[in-house]
Design a protein around this ligand. Structure first.
Ligand SMILES: *Cc1c(COP(=O)(O)O)cnc(C)c1O
Length: 410
C-alpha cells in the first residue's frame, strides 16, 4: 500500500493550514465514510462532527444520492451551460426557486460559496450602477478577492488589504446600519449579511429582528439585500433557510455548502425577476452578465442536489431536526459547569462553544482520542454534525465534547 501520509506531506499544500506544523505531526488519512462516520486508512472510525466542513446533510454514502449520481453518470458527467442547457440543472433551478424565499425566481449556478458571493456582488454592481458595499464586522463570505473585500475577519483578510475594494463595515446593530445607509446610500449597491449567525467568525449570533430590520432599511434606501446562506442554508438553522425565521426575502441569495448533500461542489446565486429583467436587451446594449465558470451547472452535481432535496421531503428532515435542536439546547447547559467554557452559542444545528484562549487545540486532540473529528474556529469549538445524525449519536457527540473539554483543562 502507498504511504498516503508521506505523499500528502510531500506534495499537498493544505487550505488554512500552517504547513510547517502539519508536516511534523501524524495526520489522519480518511478512506471512506458511512452515515455520520468517517473511517481512516487503518480502519478507525470517527464521528464527523463538522459535517466535512459544514456540507454533509443526510450523511455519507446516502443511498439515494449515490444512486442519483450513478444514474446521471450513465448519461453524461458534464456538459456546459455556455450555449447549451441540460436536464438536471433545469429541474434543480425550478426546485430551488420553489423552496427559497418568495421573489427569488432566477438561478445562476457556480461551484463554491465564494463564487456565489462574487456573482452576487457583480450582479449588484452592474444592476445598481453603484460601487460600494456594506457588510458586517466579522463577516465571512469566502476567499476570492471580491468576497474577501466584503469580509471582516482580520486573521484571514488583513494581509490582503492592499488588493481589496472598499466596503463599509458596521456592527450588527440597526441604528448603526441606518446611520451609514442615510449617509452613503447613493454609493452603496448592496448590503451583504449572513442571516442570523456569522458562522466562520465563531458562531456569532445576530440580535433577533436584525435581519428583518436590515431588509426594511435596504428597501428604504434603494440598497439591495444579499443574504449569504452558504453556511445556514439547507436546514442548518432548523428551517430550510435562515431567512425564513424572520420572514425575509432578500434581493439576492447565495447558497452552496449543503446544496448537494455534501457530495459535489455546486453553488447558486438566486435573484428576483426584477434584477434579471434589467439585464435583458439587444446584444449591442451591453447588458449581458459576462460571468461564468467552466463547470457551471454540472449535471452530476445537480443530480446530487436534486436527490438531496428529495430526501428532505421523503424523510421530513426539517421536522425530524426539531427534537435534535432541543436536545442540543438542553444538554449544552451543563457545559456551563466547565471552567474553561466562556460562552455557548446555538442556532439550530449550528453550535459554537467558546473556550478560554489556548484551549481549543487541546480539546480537538482529546476528541480525536475519543473518536470524534472536530475543527475549531480560533477559541471556538464547533459542533455541526450532519442533520441526519440520530438522537443517540448526538448524545454521544455531546458526551465526547464535554469530556474532551474537561480533560483538556487539566
Ligand atoms: C463557507 C462559506 C463561504 C465560502 O464558501 P466556499 O465554498 O468555501 O467558497 C461563503 N459564505 C459563508 C457564509 C460560508 O460559510
Amino acid at each position: 500500500m502507498l504511504n498516503y501520509d508521506e505523499l500528502d506531506k510531500k506534495y499537498i499544500w493544505h487550505p488554512f493550514t500552517q504547513m510547517k506544523d502539519w508536516m511534523v505531526k501524524e495526520q489522519l488519512m480518511i478512506e471512506r465514510g458511512e452515515g455520520v462516520y468517517l473511517y481512516d486508512i487503518n480502519g478507525n472510525r470517527y464521528l464527523d462532527s463538522v459535517s466535512s466542513l459544514w456540507v454533509t446533510v443526510h450523511g455519507h454514502r446516502k443511498k439515494e444520492i449515490d444512486q442519483a449520481i450513478k444514474r446521471q453518470l450513465s448519461k453524461i458527467a458534464h456538459s456546459t451551460l455556455l450555449g447549451l442547457g441540460n436536464a438536471p440543472s433545469a429541474e434543480l433551478a425550478q426546485k430551488l426557486v420553489e423552496i427559497t424565499p418568495k421573489g427569488l425566481d432566477k438561478v445562476f449556478y457556480s461551484d463554491s460559496g465564494s463564487t456565489a458571493v462574487e456573482i452576487a456582488l457583480k450582479i449588484a454592481f452592474q444592476y445598481q450602477k453603484k460601487k460600494k458595499f456594506l457588510t458586517l464586522v466579522n463577516a465571512y463570505h469566502g476567499d476570492t478577492i471580491g468576497s474577501v473585500s466584503v469580509g471582516g475577519i482580520d486573521l484571514f483578510h488583513k494581509i490582503f488589504h492592499p488588493l481589496l475594494f472598499k466596503a463599509y463595515k458596521v456592527k450588527p446593530d440597526l441604528s448603526e446600519v441606518e446611520e451609514i445607509m442615510k449617509k452613503h446610500h447613493q454609493e452603496i449597491a448592496a448590503m451583504i449579511v449572513e442571516p442570523l449567525i456569522q458562522a466562520a467568525a465563531g458562531m456569532l449570533l445576530e440580535p433577533k429582528g436584525f435581519l428583518k430590520g436590515v431588509r426594511e432599511l435596504c428597501s428604504k434606501h434603494n440598497i439591495l439585500l444579499i443574504c449569504d446562506e452558504v453556511a445556514t442554508g439547507f436546514g442548518r438553522t432548523g428551517k430550510m433557510f435562515a431567512c425564513e425565521h424572520e420572514n425575509v426575502s432578500p434581493d439576492i441569495m447565495c447558497v452552496a455548502k449543503g446544496i448537494t448533500g455534501g457530495y459535489l461542489p455546486l453553488a447558486a446565486t438566486l435573484t428576483t425577476n426584477k434584477i434579471f429583467n434589467a439585464f435583458l436587451g439587444e446584444l449591442k446594449d451591453n447588458k449581458t452578465f459576462f460571468h461564468g465558470h467552466t463547470y457551471t451547472g454540472n449535471p452530476l452535481a445537480c443530480a446530487a442536489a436534486l436527490a438531496n432535496l428529495e430526501i428532505f421531503k421523503k424523510e421530513r428532515t426539517i421536522q425530524n431536526l426539531q427534537p435534535k435542536i432541543k436536545l442540543l439546547n438542553k444538554d449544552l447547559q451543563r457545559f456551563n459547569n466547565l471552567s474553561s467554557v466562556i460562552d455557548i452559542r446555538q442556532c439550530g444545528m449550528m453550535v459554537g462553544i467558546e473556550l478560554a484562549a489556548g484551549m481549543s487545540q487541546k480539546v480537538i486532540l482529546e476528541a480525536r482520542k475519543r473518536r470524534a473529528i472536530l475543527r475549531p474556529l480560533g477559541n471556538v469549538i464547533v459542533l455541526m454534525p450532519p442533520l441526519g445524525i440520530t438522537i443517540r449519536q448526538l448524545k454521544r457527540l455531546l458526551d465526547i465534547a464535554y469530556r474532551s473539554i474537561e480533560s483538556a483543562a487539566v
